[in-house]
Design a protein. Structure first.
Ligand code: FAD
Length: 569
């Protein structure tokens, strides 16, 4: 098969003839109101006009075709999904109902693997390995909307054949889930990216260039057009103070007289803490693999808030529901859309926030991982002292309609503290420098919590809940006695001009031993930084591991890297 991505076509020999297949960028949705009952392995009427621009390119590419004529024009429907990934697994809405669909035109090629893993999933009752990218739980209910699907799949069909550049964003089905701050950020030069329908500011055109430079991605495999803008945001978080929005992050309220006991059963960390404390924890499966990576805040004796990534709302809710004992007095509520959240992070964040409130924000009064209610201007917010970027800072939570008032107030006051608006790309690069794990990339249901280096938040000796020891307890005990199987290593490329995105091969003494699970440009460390797992022997010391030579392969070139088992930043 010869593929020509730029021309949306592929070619192959087929029984002595030439076959041209098209994956046009403006595909036509079909059967939005259901497939006719009598339609089976059939065709739909030709639309030569629609295909002609691509067939003309094909005739230029293979000139002999110009005079051959078309013997068969086959127009067959195919199922496409909003993100070009399959829909596999147990439905989050109906126990024991398994799905294998949405194969995006590669259902024959993928059938062996999809069938094997789905069979194992059905017989084992859980995914046999990390299948998060294709897991049906990644979808939000709105993604079943017919108009949304028609708009988006018109693009995903063609995208299958395009160059998959880093940071690519779809252009269809956009501006769907906009927080009240959408226009605020847009006016200030935001370039938005989309996750689960949410529009999130990924980076900003600097103030003096707003209106002169388009807030749009120019994709490439090297440093993209926003590289220098990202640097300013990254540095603001490290050296001054950055403000970014976290309203799209998934939020679930767990309430009821059994909430503590229930979460104690779900979480590897101890949630029986004082009201007003924040706990960082993982939810484990029976193998010790990580099902979720969340912060949990005890808002009251019987009221907890679970916060995790934007894509995780459905998955986390599903895990909570399926593991809840029948007699538990405990309710779950997805409060994502109810509460807005603005983070202010960086060394100047305390002075900035202090200038807005009478509450004493000293470390003694408001230590790390604590929460308090603050009055800032006319708004009352819940300030969570926590960080995902490795700096002093607060996440401010409030009823979502206060978003603009609070953002404007912080922006105005922030001027004297060198506040900068920051996007999600700077959050990502800061967290990778600090080696904070990201669910879906660095930690998944197949990564044992101890191998992932997160044993420090696993509390084997906490009081068992009335529902028993936490899920995964035995697997942690077992791994504790048998020793690590792998470790997370951080890599900093020596050549500051080379980029990392994730999935690049890791070499140990010249042999490929794994791949990067995360990658971004670390402007403080001065180069591209990646995280990845390396296999190790149970009794291997840090010195043993570090004595080898590690390199990373980027676009076929072996790149030197410095490595560390602890965060370099
Ligand atoms: C022209 C064309 C070329 C393609 N080329 C390739 C290729 O080269 N390589 C590749 O990997 N893929 C290719 N594909 C895609 C591939 O065929 C699909 O991705 C794959 O067949 C999807 O498998 P599936 O099991 O999800 O669905 P299907 O193969 O559509 O199977 C669904 C089955 O369910 C049955 N069914 C429907 N409703 C009911 C019901 N109510 N009760 C019981 N049964 C029902 C249907 O009759 C059908 O047998 C091509 C597709 C087309 C149309």
């Amino acid at each position: 098969v010869v593929r020509v991505p730029d021309e949306s076509a592929y070619y192959k020999e087929d029984a002595g003839k030439i076959l041209v297949g098209l994956f046009e960028p403006n595909a036509k949705p079909w059967a939005q109101n259901g497939i006719p009952d009598d339609f089976s392995f059939d065709q739909i009427p030709d639309d030569l006009e629609h295909c002609m621009p691509y067939l003309e390119l094909a005739m230029k590419r293979v000139p002999i075709m110009e005079n051959l004529g078309i013997e068969t024009l086959f127009n067959g429907p195919e199922s496409f999904t909003p993100d070009d990934n399959f829909q596999i697994g147990e439905s989050p809405e109906l126990r024991n109902f398994y799905v294998a669909a949405g194969f995006n035109s590669i259902g024959i090629q993928a059938a062996g693997g999809a069938g094997k893993y789905l069979a194992e999933w059905i017989s084992g009752g859980e995914p046999p390995c990390d299948l998060w990218e294709v897991d049906i739980r990644r979808n939000e209910p709105f993604q079943n909307n017919k108009t949304y699907l028609a708009n988006r799949v018109s693009e995903t069909l063609g995208y299958l054949y395009e160059n998959h550049f880093p940071y690519h964003q779809y252009s269809t089905a956009r501006e769907l889930r906009r927080t009240p701050l959408y226009q605020f950020f847009k006016d200030r030069g935001a370039c938005f990216g989309e996750v689960a329908g949410w529009e999130r500011a990924n980076w900003f055109v600097p103030k003096h260039l707003v209106g002169k430079v388009d807030a749009e991605y120019l994709y490439s495999w090297g440093k993209q057009n926003w590289f220098d803008f990202h640097k300013l945001e990254h540095q603001a978080i490290r050296e001054a103070v950055g403000m970014y929005e976290m309203s799209s992050y998934s939020k679930i309220r767990v309430k009821g007289s059994d909430a503590m006991d229930y979460l104690q059963f779900i979480c590897a960390n101890d949630v029986d803490v004082k009201t007003g404390r924040i706990i960082y924890t993982q939810w484990l499966n029976e193998k010790g693999g990580i099902e979720a990576d969340v912060t949990i805040t005890r808002l009251d004796a019987d009221d907890y808030l679970v916060v995790s990534g934007t894509l995780c709302a459905n998955r986390d809710m599903n895990w909570l529901k399926r593991n809840m004992p029948n007699d538990a007095h405990c309710s779950l509520f997805n409060s994502t859309s109810a509460e807005g959240c603005i983070a202010i992070m960086g060394p100047n964040s305390r002075e900035l926030l202090q200038s807005l409130t009478d509450t004493n924000l000293s470390n003694e009064n408001l230590p790390f991982a604590s929460v308090c209610e603050l009055e800032i201007g006319m708004a009352t917010v819940r300030a969570h002292r926590i960080t995902y970027v490795g700096e002093l800072g607060w996440e401010l939570y409030f009823p979502i309609e206060f978003s603009n008032y609070i953002a404007e107030l912080i922006e105005l006051t922030g001027k004297q503290f060198s506040l900068k608006l920051c996007g999600m790309h700077s959050v990502d690069s800061c967290r990778i420098e600090k080696a904070y794990r990201h669910f879906g990339h660095d930690i998944t249901d197949e990564d044992h919590v101890l191998d992932a280096g997160l044993g420090f938040v696993v509390k084997l000796d906490k009081n068992p809940s009335k529902y028993g020891r936490f899920i995964g307890y035995d697997a942690v005990k077992k791994r504790q006695s048998s020793g690590y199987k792998k470790r997370v290593m951080q890599f900093l490329l020596t050549n500051p001009d080379v980029m990392l995105y994730h999935n690049e091969p890791i070499l140990k003494n010249g042999e490929i031993i794994g791949y990067l699970s995360s990658g971004a440009y670390g402007h403080t460390l001065g180069g591209a930084v990646g995280l990845g797992y390396i296999d190790c022997l149970p009794n291997e010391t840090d010195e043993d591991i570090l004595s080898a030579e590690y390199t990373i392969e980027v676009e076929g070139v072996i790149e030197k890297a410095s490595v560390s088992l602890r965060p370099m930043y």
